[in-house]
Design a binder for this molecule. Structure first.
Ligand code: IPE
Ligand code: IPE
Ligand code: MG
Length: 245
């Protein structure tokens, strides 16, 4: 069977966001619609992530942050959590060499303690292997919560003896898991939900939001292109007045 031709998508007339963050939501509903178990939706979601990473490289996005597993997601049925952990481990086993060859630099946002030691080891090896790559930074928010991140930052600052007078927004940002990286320009949430769900609550203070009804496994390269086109229609004001006035 001939490979399906990729539709040419030209972004030369647009500003490509430097940093895109995605709340990859709707795997369960995608599966339910097809009469499949939820974990089949997560497998389809992982396959889609591969497509979106390729599209980010193609479009020239420099940083992609994905919400893979929240601190709250531990409360799901044990079989679903186990299925998700298996998928994460398999994706690392199967995709790491390709991601490395593509120039993807992996970062982890969140807390690895409490995660199965075997999976922890895989994550740490992946971070080490890809640390000097610079085509695309891929931040994986895994066992991540925005509130937990802020608490972690405050604990570290107290431990470092930071004085209240020295605390600035820049200093605070340097204690977050995203230290050294610019804030997301665009936050995409799939599956039609209109909430943040504890994702990047500090960093996304001025991000543009793009909710889309598509379930995550159906949000592909063309949908990402459309999100970037819509982003270009937004005027980011950062609390100032419109440019023409
Ligand atoms: C997102 O899909 C994946 C994770 C939270 C790990 P969901 O599993 O939340 O899918 P829905 O929202 O139930 O459809
Ligand atoms: C957010 O999705 C977490 C991830 C995508 C990993 P959820 O499905 O967990 O969020 P809620 O429960 O709908 O807010
Ligand atoms: Mg969900």
């Amino acid at each position: 069977m001939a490979l399906r031709q990729k539709k040419p998508l030209d972004l030369s007339a647009y500003r490509v966001p430097t940093h895109i963050a995605i709340i990859m939501d709707g795997n369960g509903r995608w599966a339910k619609q097809r009469g499949l178990p939820r974990v089949a939706g997560h497998r389809a979601g992982a396959e889609n992530l591969r497509r979106i990473i390729n599209a980010c490289v193609e479009f020239g996005v420099k940083i992609l942050t994905i919400y893979a597993f929240s601190t709250e997601n531990w409360g799901r049925p044990e079989s679903e959590v186990r299925g998700l952990m298996k998928i994460f481990a398999r994706v690392l086993d199967q995709e790491l060499d390709d991601l490395h060859a593509q120039g993807v630099c992996l970062h982890h946002l969140g807390d690895l303690t409490g995660v199965n030691p075997d999976l922890q080891g895989k994550v740490l090896r992946a971070l080490e292997l890809t640390k000097d790559n610079d085509t695309l930074i891929l931040n994986v928010a895994f066992n991540y919560g925005g509130r937990a991140e802020i608490i972690h930052a405050v604990q570290q600052m107290l431990a470092d003896g930071i004085s209240p007078d020295d605390l600035t927004e820049d200093l605070f940002s340097s204690y977050l898991f995203t230290k050294g990286l610019p804030d997301p320009d665009l936050v995409i949430r799939t599956s039609g939900e209109l909430r943040i769900s504890n994702f990047l609550i500090w960093q996304a203070a001025y991000s543009e939001y793009y909710p889309t009804p598509a379930f995550w496994p159906d949000f592909g390269r063309e949908e990402l292109y459309e999100a970037i086109v819509v982003y270009n229609q937004r005027e980011r004001r950062f609390g100032l007045v419109p440019e023409e006035s």
